[in-house]
Design a protein around this ligand. Structure first.
Ligand code: PEP
Ligand code: MN
Length: 339
């Protein structure tokens, strides 16, 4: 059960509602986000919600039986729109392309990438400065120093930044320079990190775990929301299966299914999803048709020299064609259906 509270509710009215919920055999959890206050009732007894609906201070009430409630479409039927400012929005019919290298490598690279994004009218740049790597000997990223240079160029160009945060301790230092915090696949169930990001007022893109189910992804998103942050994006980046012909299996099914289960935008990462350069475009286009709200794609001026994930990275020349096809496909999708 989700009870949305009126803005000016008194403490007395609040405890009155909580008492009624407890009497009905439900446990209550208070959630306060950047937009609204809620009480989440957890239980499964049948009872008449009108008894609570009429109480002073209640704006709206819904029964949501799903384990993940606040991120569920049962509760909020309208799509969430992530507004990054300067008219850069994701979700609810607003489509974006996010592109950039796997890792931020140098000032020169940032400069070249920003020029490439500007030329192609792309408003969001990706690039990791804290890199989760399978081997401890691989490049681990330029850290906060790299992020500050990343920010300097993007700020001047009016481009937004999405970059991965790996630990709660990194959040404060990064905050000023980040438009979207990315949670990587390996941290998809790092509940301490999710709790900490839930206390921020900046959007979080949550990637699906390497072997994560959709319900686990939604439960992780619920951690962020229930800690106070409603601005969440879900990202399909492929899962590990028995198939060895490509790096990961991009689960196309997840896109319409997530869009059906949740009001949150769904992001297509076909770079990690397939892991092979020449398939990044067809898989992304399929994701666009399936209902994705944005693509996030690895691009590099010389992918062969990339410090990480070069084999799945598009060159800037390849990317120019790719962006056109992604945009064309999105326009085409609008002619197809009602999602
Ligand atoms: C990345 O975006 O470069 C990355 C490390 O992705 P994932 O967490 O999906 O592996
Ligand atoms: Mn990568």
């Amino acid at each position: 059960m989700i009870i949305q509270l009126e803005k000016n509710i008194s403490e007395e009215q609040k405890s009155n509602i909580v008492n009624k919920i407890n009497e009905a055999g439900y446990k209550s959890n208070f959630v306060s986000t950047q937009y609204c206050d809620y009480i989440i009732g957890v239980g499964n007894k049948d009872f008449d919600i009108r008894a609570i609906g009429v109480l002073p201070g209640v704006k709206d009430i819904h029964i949501v039986l799903e384990a993940s409630k606040l991120v569920s479409k049962k509760w909020k039927t309208q799509d969430t729109v992530i507004d990054l400012g300067d008219d850069v929005k994701i979700g609810g019919g607003n489509f974006q392309i996010m592109a950039g290298p796997c890792s931020i490598e140098s000032e020169k690279q940032i400069e070249i990438t920003v020029a490439h994004l500007l030329k192609n009218n792309i408003k969001i740049m990706r690039g990791g400065v804290y890199k989760p790597r399978s081997s401890p000997y691989a490049f681990r990223g330029l850290g906060l120093k790299g992020l500050k240079i990343f920010y300097k160029y993007c700020k001047a160009a009016g481009i937004k930044i999405i970059t991965e945060v790996m630990m709660p301790e990194q959040i404060d230092g990064m905050y000023e320079y980040v438009d979207i915090f990315q949670v990587g696949a390996r941290n998809s169930q790092n509940f301490n990190l999710l709790d900490a990001l839930g206390k921020q007022d900046k959007p979080v893109m949550l990637k699906r775990g390497i072997s994560g189910t959709l319900d686990e992804l939604l439960a992780s998103a619920e951690y962020i929301f229930s800690n106070g942050n409603e601005d969440i994006l879900l990202c399909e980046r492929g899962i590990r299966t028995y198939e060895k012909s490509y790096r990961n299996t991009f689960d196309i099914n997840s896109i319409p299914v997530l869009k059906d289960k949740s009001h949150l935008p769904v992001i297509i990462d076909s770079s990690h999803g397939v892991g092979i350069r020449k398939f990044v475009e067809p898989v992304a286009l399929a994701g666009v048709i399936a209902g994705g709200d944005a693509v996030i794609t690895e691009v590099h001026e010389t992918p062969q020299k990339a410090f990480s994930d070069g084999a799945q990275t598009l060159s800037h020349d390849e990317a120019e064609i790719y962006y056109k096809n992604v945009r064309k496909t999105f326009e085409f999708r609008k002619t197809l259906y009602r999602y």
